[in-house]
Design a binder for this molecule. Structure first.
Ligand code: GLU
Length: 442
């Protein structure tokens, strides 16, 4: 069977770096195993699911370099879910319950008060026809629970090793709400069956669900896929990343000028045994991928680490990888210019600032005008190369006796308008003699 994985976000918000981790791990698994990647939009929550979020998810994945082989949405498959629900009802595995949320809460509190686990008491299972008729006459609509079998569910998790869940200690899960809409569980299992998903890779917050889901695969006469539950990302305080944490949404990271490969590198490498480093291609990240490298502990996401990684990625990015983007922002300096300035970029957009320094007009800083005038007199004749700066400053030093910071800082400030930046030995030839002279003497 062709290996097949799925990434199954709910389009109820923008996806963040933690969701990116799930998507990337699935993608790398598919790449490494000649498999298929399915994007499944879990949009059974009719009120909170929005088309704009679904579109943003597709766009965000594309930005990362993920192009799904197939895309589907659960809202298109209600008929399939309805048919399966009828089958489960007929088999006695799906039963109607009439408690209101308040009644359920009271039951829960009562059990907790007696020091018992708050497991649903299956009252719905024992209702007779007259009791059901009375509830219906009150206008109550049932919600539907899946009758779990009281036995341990076991599976070998690709990340966590041998797992088992005692289904007898869980409440029978609600599969269908009183308004007829489906919770995520039944649709997810049916989709995994019908789409022939061979491996479910998702966050470890779904480990308990897996116990329920494996029983559901059995009840639907299907073989469960393999499972891999990866560690989750937390924020700096150790709290989970919420979907609505706007600053870490891929949309915002992109708008803030982060490189997709910096985000992909960090999202997929933190919390593994590999050192966090920027990689410039998805192929390179796929080569690193191995479920065995994932730690069991949560991985702490640090925004500064992302900033550092972004800069590092740019510093080592070869011209051929960036040529087109330089052209897009009107930077025409070619490979020499890129190599001269890349080491000073935090974000790609900074390149425009240095292009201005090299090719446009700047406000030259005048720290010591007399000294600058004097220095200008020693500017060598063309042609200039990378030795020009060293030869020139040596001459200025010999002639004026000025050295160290007093020598270099006023020159840098006048020539670039900035306190710091790329090596002047490489920048000066790019600025050229005419502009250098003007900036020193203006
Ligand atoms: N829609 C679910 C979620 O976003 C999918 C979980 C799964 O991959 O099974 O958590």
């Amino acid at each position: 069977m062709t290996p097949k994985v799925r990434f199954a976000p709910s389009p109820t918000g923008y996806i963040h770096i933690g969701n990116a981790r799930t998507a990337l791990l699935n993608w790398f698994y598919a790449k490494r195993n000649d498999g298929l990647f399915l994007l499944r939009l879990d949009d059974t929550d009719r009120e909170r699911s929005k088309a704009e979020y679904a579109e943003a998810i597709v766009e965000d994945l594309k930005w990362l370099g993920i192009e799904p082989d197939e895309t589907m949405r659960q809202s298109d498959r209600t008929d399939v879910y309805d048919a399966a629900a009828e089958k489960l009802k007929a088999a006695g595995r799906l039963y109607a319950c009439y408690e209101t949320p308040e009644e359920l809460e009271r039951k829960r509190k009562r059990l907790l008060g007696r020091g018992k686990p708050p497991v649903y008491d299956r009252a719905g299972l024992n209702l007779d026809a007259a009791e059901i008729a009375a509830f219906e006459a009150e206008g109550r609509k049932p919600h539907w629970r899946f009758l779990l079998k009281d036995r341990a569910v076991r599976w070998g998790d690709e990340v966590r090793g041998k797992q088992h869940i005692e289904a007898g200690s869980l409440s029978d899960p609600v599969l269908i709400r009183a308004d007829g809409s489906y919770l995520y569980t039944l649709p997810s299992v049916l989709d995994d069956i019908d789409c022939k998903v061979t491996l479910v890779c998702r966050g470890e917050d779904h480990v308990t669900n897996t116990g329920v889901q494996i029983q559901l695969f059995d009840a639907l006469d299907a073989t469960p896929p393999a499972f891999a539950h990866h560690n989750l990302l937390t924020d700096a305080s150790g709290a989970g990343l919420s979907k609505r944490m706007a600053s870490l949404s891929l949309k915002n990271l992109r708008a803030d000028g982060f490189e997709a490969m910096a985000v992909a590198s960090l999202a997929s490498i933190i919390g593994t045994s590999d050192p966090v480093a920027p990689h410039t291609s998805m192929g390179a990240l796929a080569d690193l991928f191995d479920f065995g490298k994932l730690s069991r502990a949560p991985a702490r996401f640090d925004f500064q680490e992302l900033e550092g990684l972004n800069a590092k990625l740019l510093h080592q990015l070869a011209f051929m990888h960036i040529e087109d983007r330089l052209a897009e922002v009107g930077v025409a300096g070619g490979e020499d210019f890129w190599n001269a300035v890349r080491g000073n970029l935090d974000k790609f957009s900074d390149v425009v600032i240095w292009w201005q320094v090299v090719s446009g007009e700047i406000v030259a800083g005048k720290e010591n005008p007399d000294f600058l005038n004097r220095a200008a007199e020693f500017l060598p004749a063309d042609p200039w190369n990378e030795t020009t700066w060293g030869n020139w400053t040596k001459q200025v030093k010999d002639a004026t006796g000025v050295k160290g910071r007093d020598l270099f800082h006023p020159l840098r400030l006048a020539l670039t308008g900035k306190d710091r930046g790329p090596e002047l030995s490489v920048l000066l030839p790019l600025i050229g003699r005419d502009k250098a002279l003007r900036r020193l003497k203006d």
